[in-house]
Design a protein around this ligand. Structure first.
Ligand SMILES: NC(=O)c1ccc[n+]([C@@H]2O[C@H](COP(=O)([O-])OP(=O)(O)OC[C@H]3O[C@@H](n4cnc5c(N)ncnc54)[C@H](OP(=O)(O)O)[C@@H]3O)[C@@H](O)[C@H]2O)c1
Length: 325
């Protein structure tokens, strides 16, 4: 199998906790070539920890001719600049969500990737966890009858005040962060060309970012999705389908840890069953897909996914009733 030589752009928390360990667990697919940071201190610390090569400055990472692909866990506000630079240097990119600040930026980046024959993928790893395959099977078998409603909530208590998620220039705000998961889930299950019926974003007047919000989407065949998200909320990370004959609920929908057993609960008139799903590492799974898609030049599907998610997020922001807190 052809190994992809991958470089890490930014010593992010998510890279340390989940993504670099996943990459290192895939020695047939990836060689971890180098880890870059804006500061030498972080580059050295991460590289020592992961037994890799430190590079100071993202440009110096891109200048390397012996790297095929970049994992980019930078804040969304930096994606336009650094994805564009990475593509110009001939590298495939898997980037953290949300992909871009707006739809036109996503369009420009996809056009650039297309023109260079390079892959761009957004790291929505949750879709690669096997628990959702069971949900897909239940839906296809009409296990809970015809669908009436999709509902999803993803939110958590306040973050440290210095977090980039509170900075509008960095693409902060709950919609592009937590909200993007529920929106992706709705689009994935119910179709990507959904109508935005309404949205409400609650804005912090000092930081000028949305702290929590709600969105209603409608699929082509009329099914409604009620989606709620936030940074100042009691922790929730779920989705559920309500059907004519029952309900399917996934409790830990988006962030199960690699060693975590998850549960799918089905309620019907006559019974309630809970299915335990054995641990699955969705980070490893999405990186296998990234590898496969580079090797097989399967780019188009990922381009389309990025564009339609980004278009929906744009529409949500444009239609939003913005309430100052
Ligand atoms: N897929 C998932 O499960 C998941 C989970 C959590 C987060 N994420 C996404 O991953 C990305 C990173 O999130 P995180 O929580 O890991 O954040 P983080 O620890 O703050 O990491 C962000 C990194 O970006 C780099 N950076 C460059 N310019 C920056 C600036 N002006 N402000 C802040 N950071 C800057 C920094 O790396 P250097 O200082 O080393 O250059 C920093 O370590 C976000 O896009 C987030 O949405 C994804």
């Amino acid at each position: 199998m052809t190994k992809i030589r991958i470089g890490i752009m930014g010593c992010a928390n998510i890279a340390k906790r989940m993504v670099i360990p996943a990459i290192k667990n895939l020695p047939n697919e990836f060689e971890l070539s180098a880890i870059s940071s804006r500061t030498s201190e972080k580059a050295l610390k991460f590289s020592k920890f992961f037994n890799s090569q430190p590079i100071v400055g993202y440009d110096n990472l891109l200048d390397r001719g012996d790297i095929d692909a970049i994992y980019m866990p930078l804040p969304t506000g930096l994606h336009q600049e650094w994805i564009s630079n990475a593509l110009d240097s001939g590298k495939h990119v898997i980037v953290e969500k949300s992909f871009s600040l707006n739809y036109s930026s996503a369009q420009r980046l996809i056009e650039l990737a297309k023109s260079k024959g390079l892959l761009l993928m957004e790291n929505f790893m949750f879709k690669y966890h096997k628990q959702h395959q069971l949900v897909w099977r239940y839906l296809q078998n009409e296990h809970i009858g015809s669908l009436r409603l999709f509902r999803s909530q993803f939110g958590f208590p306040p973050l440290d005040s210095s977090n980039f998620r509170y900075d509008p220039k960095m693409g902060g705000g709950a919609l592009l962060d937590a909200g993007a998961y529920s929106i992706m889930a709705s689009r994935w299950f119910l179709g990507c060309d959904q109508k935005v019926l309404n949205s409400v974003l609650f804005i912090d007047p000092d930081r000028k970012v949305d702290i929590y919000g709600n969105v209603t989407l409608q699929s082509n065949n009329g099914i409604i999705s009620q989606l709620s998200f936030g940074f100042d909320n009691f922790y929730q990370c779920n989705y559920e389908f309500w059907g004519a004959k029952g309900r399917i609920r996934v409790e830990k929908a988006f962030t199960p840890k690699p060693n975590e057993v998850t549960q799918i609960v089905i309620e019907k008139q006559e019974n309630k069953t809970t299915t335990n799903i054995s641990p699955d590492n969705h980070f490893e799974n999405i990186f296998k897909e990234f590898h496969r898609s580079i090797i097989e030049k399967n780019h188009e599907l990922h381009y389309k996914d990025i564009l339609s998610q980004s278009k929906t997020l744009n529409e949500i922001r444009e239609k939003a009733l913005k309430i100052q807190l």
